[in-house]
Design a protein around this ligand. Structure first.
Ligand SMILES: [Zn+2]
Length: 253
């Protein structure tokens, strides 16, 4: 279905309506992550906070391909890691990391993390991204580095340390692991993930080819405020959402 008018930020008349919206946006994000090749076995998760139960979040079922996820497949997990809606199990790492991020950041509706290739490659360098292009300025002085690796994240203490490295930023690089983004909307978190993965790829390409010239700090800050706002993040996701829903409408079910 083609959009017939300009996109406007959604409003909801009930928590049920908002919940359906969040789950459909999440399902669309998973289909896009699949399309962009972010699948790697059972790794990767996107969570969305429930509008009525802020200590619970919706997440993808462990073992179901991103490319098959429908809104109705998402499971609801509480702050103790118990599945309170849905029949599938939850990924232990998803709970350990995302529960601590949602607890530390009440402003955040959604958080995304996968083992996508460029983000994973960049993470091995243990460095923050530089403001090399207009798009990469979105992350300038607005992402953290978790400069440690202690195996698969299975306990919430490790999740707390990751949340601490994220701080009040929009993203984090987890050394030897990958990248993670958060957003005030599912749309923003998903968009930031897609563009951060590309940003990692661009910096890897540029540094492989030569010595890239970074944008100066003052201009990088100005550009960040232009391309890196919550509204810009939400808006950038809309054309991707329209296309994936047109191609794969069953994701809304
Ligand atoms: Zn991971």
């Amino acid at each position: 279905m083609r959009p017939t008018r300009p996109h406007t930020f959604p409003t909801f008349s009930s928590p049920d309506e908002e919940r359906t919206h969040i789950k459909q946006r999440m399902a669309a994000a998973f289909r896009l992550f699949d399309r962009f090749g972010f699948n790697e076995g059972v790794a990767g998760h996107l969570t969305g906070r429930d509008p009525e139960r802020p200590d619970c979040f919706w997440v993808n079922p462990l073992g179901l391909s991103f490319g098959l996820i429908r809104a109705s497949d998402l499971i609801l997990v509480n702050h103790e890691g118990e599945v309170v809606e849905g029949d599938w199990p939850v990924n232990v790492a998803a709970f350990a990391i995302h529960s601590q991020i949602h607890a530390a950041r009440p402003d955040v509706q959604a958080a995304a993390h996968t083992h996508s290739k460029a983000g994973r490659a960049w993470s091995t360098l243990g460095r923050l991204l530089d403001p090399l292009t207009q798009d990469s300025c979105a992350f300038y002085e607005d992402h953290g580095l978790f400069d440690d690796f202690t195996g698969v994240v299975i306990d919430t203490e490790e999740g707390k340390r990751i949340a601490h490295a994220l701080g009040d930023a929009k993203a984090a690089i987890l050394r030897n692991h990958g990248i993670l983004t958060v957003g005030h909307t599912v749309d923003e978190a998903a968009w930031l993930y897609i563009t951060m993965e590309r940003t990692c790829e661009v910096q890897l390409l540029a540094e492989a080819a030569g010595e890239p010239h970074p944008i100066d700090p003052e201009m990088a800050r100005l550009t960040r405020d232009q391309v890196g706002s919550h509204t810009a993040g939400w808006f950038s996701f809309q054309p991707l959402y329209d296309k994936i829903v047109a191609d794969q409408p069953d994701l809304l079910d």
